[in-house]
Design a protein around this ligand. Structure first.
Ligand code: B3K
Ligand code: ZN
Length: 872
């Protein structure tokens, strides 16, 4: 397999003005007929380049005709899955008949079957598994889709746009025709056919148009779509109010499917969702999952403008739509609930997972310069770091100019396929803010590190902050240029009061520093005493911050900073400092011991009833194994775990009475609702319970068991179960078994059970996981189940990182099996193995040899790319 490069981009030689598709759906062979109204692309002038259409190994070509002239065999050829036709007119209709077998499609790309239905996934390059086409996002076409199927088995037949015709064939099959008036690339095509139940609703747009809303599921799930429907309406309203974006078709449909490689897909007018990201009910869905449903419904809906109306020129520009749309969904969720809580969650995820990606062998810029398989670039870098770039633009421009920029972007490029440069140009043109240096964020990989030092001149009342920026080398990018980094900063006095100061003539309690040089100093005047800096408020840039805070400073920020995000961040830093000491002791084989300052910080926090319980819960949550691994070199998994358990137990013992009190105080007695206030109480209550359960207390054990047995909602039931499993509760095994019995008919709950079971951190972990994969509840065809078991196992320190390497070997075996069946999923499963260089030497060597063993197989492009880059 070889790489393709952004620098080699050329416009398409042919365009497709209209695409007419017909699907004769059948359980054995599906016949696809396409009529493509094509013409040579005028930008090429008079050209004779041949017509090259993309196909797949699973597409069987029956015949090709040009303007109804059936091409003889010698006038076309198929080479490497591409259909090549040398002689064409300047404009013509190309007709193609192909056969596909959706029932044998285990890749879940193109047209496939999930349970008893047909569905599609075409992004990025799935359409070519349906029929021959110019499968690239800059070829936009108006689609008309005819679906022919047996109505008794497939009463619901859907595609993009509006249903325009319905009839019968001579053999009595039903024919439904859909027409989508908006030109779109093939990756936004969708088709669904099945025996589905529907929930209907309406939305009145800002210009008073009535839009029909429909959510389809298999009939046993239709009682779980109310929350998604309300979330959809909130999203539609929010996009009108916040971005002035109105929905454009008369109907908007969402379909839930069980077998899906990712979360969801924004196909025009017909979104397709992994059922785990759509269905919700109090008894079966946790608070986190409710919020995820809302965020993903919003995300896919927002793509209608940021992605569909304005799409990507090529796949290197993926962040054009994904970074922007993630930023939009993050802001939406912040507006619906607590902005600070949302920011903490997003940053915590970014710093753990995206930073790790940026420091590993797959590190790439937000706009990659090359790839072997585009599916491998639906990454945290493209999505989450891409969203941070848009957020920084928002910080640099301010709310109003940012909106002017987005208005200009949508207006200027409506109906076009454009680049990240076009996005930045619109922001710059509308605001007058120079973003030329800022654009380096798109092309430079790696997480910048800011090293901050300061000095105070008492006589002049002057405080000077010096910031050095440095971005580490990443694969293919040995040296880096300075970035334009917005650093939001405030200053506190020794009592935690916010101080006003002057910087470049502006007096304020908060400033945004524009860091543009490799090293730069900023002078704040008008200060009577040395301040404590609150740096990078709200995480104003995706960077690592190094400033030598004392524990005293951190306790002060944690209790008093006016920026909620930095209160959390200070507590995390304090915990990281203490955990680092403990990890070092563990590595040296010493007895762990520490004089913890966190005890005092937590004590004060738990005593302050004025705080938002959701924030308190987040502050109480110790940095997780993954984050501690990200900031360690080399990684000692068992020692990190040991340090975490030690500190958590120490805090639990010291504050046991406080945790018990908080646990009792925050019980929600009203009927379950997934609203911010209740979610906040539940999260604090359950964090308190998780600590209390670590203290040796009979009453705590009892409380865990009781909550598990009596909870009327999944949040509380599952929290209790997880606590039992992770705190070695003496009834943990019985509770796990009871949970499965109770929920064995609810696949999404069973997936949670699979994940928790696989993460049980004990000596038998591997045999437990093998047992789970042989369990009737497991199914290798279903990505959610694979992710549950193998994802859970990946977090299992004792099992996955077992000293003899058996955990790595087991994961490698699964990757080898899945490589053939579902390359996308196989490739994702490689992620934990890509960290091998950072592991302690004994484990590193074992992990590396598993990568080499995988490489010896006949690999898909997806797995090949990740493995070769990891070993490079
Ligand atoms: N655009 C899709 C992702 C498609 C991934 C294909 N491998 C979901 C989303 O980001 O909205
Ligand atoms: Zn997206």
């Amino acid at each position: 397999p070889s790489a393709i490069y952004l620098k080699d981009y050329t416009a398409p030689p042919f365009l497709i003005d209209k695409t007419e598709l017909s699907f004769d759906l059948d359980e054995s062979t599906t016949v696809v007929t396409s009529r493509l109204h094509m013409r040579r692309n005028p930008v090429f002038g008079a050209s004779t380049v041949p017509l090259v259409l993309d196909g797949g190994p699973d597409v069987k070509l029956i015949g090709v005709a040009m303007d109804d002239y059936e091409l003889p065999q010698e006038e076309y050829r198929v080479v490497d899955d591409q259909l090549i036709i040398t002689a064409t007119a300047d404009s013509f209709v190309l007709t193609c008949e192909t056969l596909i077998e959706p029932q044998n499609n285990t890749r879940l790309e193109g047209l496939y079957r999930s349970s008893s239905m047909f569905c599609t996934q075409c992004e990025a390059e799935g359409f070519r598994h349906i029929t021959y086409y110019l499968d690239r996002p800059d070829v936009m076409s108006v689609f008309t889709t005819t679906i022919i199927a047996d109505e008794t088995r497939y009463p619901v037949m859907l595609s993009n746009g509006n249903e325009v015709e319905r009839g019968k064939t001579d053999e009595g099959k039903t024919v439904v025709v859909w027409h989508d008036p908006f030109p779109k690339p093939a990756y936004l095509f969708a088709l669904v056919a099945g025996d589905l139940a529907v929930k209907n609703d309406v939305f009145i747009t800002q210009s008073q148009r009535e839009v029909t809303l429909q959510i389809f599921t298999e009939s046993h799930n239709i009682d779980k779509v109310d929350y998604a429907m309300e979330a959809l309406k909130r999203s539609m309203r929010w996009d009108e109010e916040t971005y002035g974006r109105e929905y454009d078709l008369d109907i908007f449909m969402i379909v839930a499917v069980d077998d899906f490689n990712m979360g969801a897909m924004e196909n025009k007018g017909l979104n397709i969702f992994n059922s785990s990201c759509l269905l919700a009910s109090p008894e079966t869905t946790t608070d986190d999952a409710y919020l995820r449903v809302e965020a993903i419904v919003a995300h896919e809906y927002f793509h209608n403008w940021s992605g569909n109306r304005v799409t990507c020129r090529d796949w290197f520009q993926l962040s054009l739509k994904e970074g922007f749309t993630v930023f939009r969904d993050q802001t939406f969720s912040a507006d619906m609930h607590s902005a600070t809580v949302k920011r903490v969650e997003d940053v915590s995820f970014l710093r753990t997972a995206q930073f790790a990606e940026d420091a590993g062998p797959m590190a790439h810029p937000v706009r990659p310069a090359s790839f072997i398989e585009i599916s491998n670039f639906y990454t945290l870098t493209v999505y989450e770091k891409g969203a941070e770039i848009v957020r920084m633009i928002h910080t640099l421009l301010g709310e109003e100019k940012f909106r002017a920029g987005s208005d200009l972007y949508f207006d200027r490029h409506d109906g076009q396929a454009v680049t990240c440069d076009d996005f930045v140009a619109a922001m710059q043109d509308a605001s007058g803010v120079d973003l030329s240096q800022f654009k380096r964020w798109y092309s430079q990989a790696g997480t910048p590190k800011l090293s901050v030092t300061d000095a105070f001149d008492q006589a002049l009342g002057k405080y000077c902050v010096t910031i050095k920026q440095d971005t580490p080398a990443t694969p293919g990018q040995p040296t880096k240029l300075p970035l334009h980094i917005p650093v939001r900063i405030g200053l506190l006095d020794a009592n935690g009061q916010s101080l006003s100061s002057s910087l470049d003539g502006a007096t304020s309690e908060e400033h945004v520093l524009h860091l543009t040089d490799a090293e730069q100093s900023f002078e704040f005047t008008g200060l009577a005493t040395r301040p404590v800096p609150s740096l990078l408020r709200g995480f104003s840039a995706p960077v690592k911050l190094d400033y030598n805070y004392s524990s005293q400073d951190l306790l002060l920020l944690m209790s008093s900073d006016s920026d909620g995000f930095n209160r959390w961040s200070a507590a995390q830093q304090l915990a990281v400092n203490e955990l680092s000491q403990l990890i070092t002791q563990a590595i040296k084989g010493e007895t762990l011991a520490i004089e913890s300052q966190l005890v005092h910080g937590f004590k004060a926090l738990l005593a302050d009833a004025s705080l938002d319980p959701a924030m308190v819960a987040l502050v109480l949550t110790l940095p997780n194994q993954a984050y501690l691994s990200e900031i360690s070199t080399p990684i000692y998994p068992a020692e990190i775990k040991q340090a975490r358990v030690y500190l958590k137990t120490l805090l639990a013992e010291a504050l046991s009475a406080d945790f018990e009190r908080i646990y009792q105080q925050h019980r929600v007695t009203e009927e379950y609702q997934a609203v911010a206030e209740d979610i906040a109480h539940r999260s604090l209550k359950n964090v308190a319970l998780s600590y209390w359960a670590e203290a040796s207390s009979e009453r705590a054990q009892q409380a865990v068991f009781e909550q598990f047995s009596t909870a009327d909602n999944m949040t509380d039931q599952f929290a209790a179960l997880s606590i039992a499993v992770h705190s070695q509760h003496n009834q943990a095994a019985d509770m796990l078994a009871a949970f499965y019995e109770q929920w064995k008919t609810e696949p999404l709950v069973v997936n949670k059970w699979l994940m928790l079971s696989a993460s049980q951190d004990n000596a038998n972990a591997l045999s437990i996981v093998k047992g789970l994969m042989a369990h009737p509840a497991f199914d290798l065809k279903n990505p959610n189940k694979v992710r549950s078991v193998l994802g859970g196992f990946g977090q299992n320190v004792a099992g996955f990182h077992k000293e003899d390497g058996s955990g790595y070997q087991f994961l490698a075996d699964q990757i080898i099996v899945l490589n053939k069946r579902n390359p996308q999923i196989a490739s994702r499963l490689c992620t934990p193995l890509t960290r091998w260089k950072k592991l302690k030497p004994e484990l590193s060597a074992k992990m590396k040899s598993e990568l080499e063993r995988i490489l010896a197989e006949d690999l898909s492009k997806d797995v090949y790319e990740v493995i070769t880059k990891s070993l490079a």
